[in-house]
Write a protein that binds this ligand. Structure first.
Ligand code: 5GP
Length: 211
């Protein structure tokens, strides 16, 4: 697969709920190793007013991750209890661990009029699109499949078995890019973050014109 630039999928264009002062719900996905975290870090530097939806996960923290900022790290029984309490807008089991988006955090941000970014996998994104059809969905692709696989191998944060699983899943996820409204290529982190920012700006203009 080669980076395809932007792709506008008219079937998935938001119906335009006349958002008014409501913030934008922005769903960002991309295969493991595509550089989502780096792109998002740059995006938040460029646009500090954007909110990040801190997910819950049962995955153990990586050395550089901070509880409550990267994720809220919970045990499996805690996660299952949060499902029972209907805390999640969506949740999924990804690579043997649970991940879930806090419905409360997202709804509070939207009510305040803040734009909030969800960095979630393709299953979760599908669920959010069905539940919140006016969400803006963006998929990040690598410049090429070869580069993605080599980035995953070089990352060295996973066991050999976990790495193989992530490589397999990454290829499946790449095939789902067409389900998103927009596809941006991470050839250059700064440029990719700026393209995302531009898409967010365009969406505000579009919604503003509909009100
Ligand atoms: P990682 O373990 O590398 O941080 O994340 C693994 C995958 O889980 C990534 O594709 C990431 O986007 C996804 N993910 C993170 N948080 C959530 C969430 O709340 N819900 C879903 N469905 N996926 C998530």
């Amino acid at each position: 697969m080669v980076c395809a630039g932007r792709l506008y999928n008219s079937l998935n264009m938001p119906g335009g709920g006349g958002a008014g002062t409501q913030g934008l719900l922005i769903v960002i996905s991309g295969p493991s190793g595509v550089g989502k975290d780096t792109v998002l870090r740059r995006l938040f530097e460029l646009a500090p007013h954007l909110e990040y939806s801190v997910s819950y996960t049962t995955r153990p923290p990586r050395p550089d991750e901070i509880d409550g900022r990267s994720y809220t790290f919970v045990t499996e029984p805690e996660f299952l209890s949060l499902i029972a309490q209907r805390e999640f807008l969506e949740w999924a089991r990804v690579y043997d661990h649970y991940y879930g988006t806090s419905r409360r955090r997202v709804e509070e941000a939207l009510r305040r009029g803040d734009d909030i970014i969800l960095k979630i996998d393709v299953q979760g994104a599908g669920f959010v699109r069905r539940r919140k059809p006016d969400a803006l969905s963006i998929f990040i692709t690598p410049p090429s499949t070869e580069e993605l696989l080599s980035r995953l191998t070089g990352r060295n944060t996973e066991s050999a078995q976990a790495l193989e699983l992530r490589q397999r899943e990454a290829l499946v996820e790449l095939g789902l890019a067409k389900e998103y409204e927009h596809v941006v290529c991470n050839r250059d982190v700064d440029q990719c973050a700026r393209e995302i920012l531009e898409l967010i700006g365009q969406e505000h203009v579009r919604r503003g014109a509909e009100v």
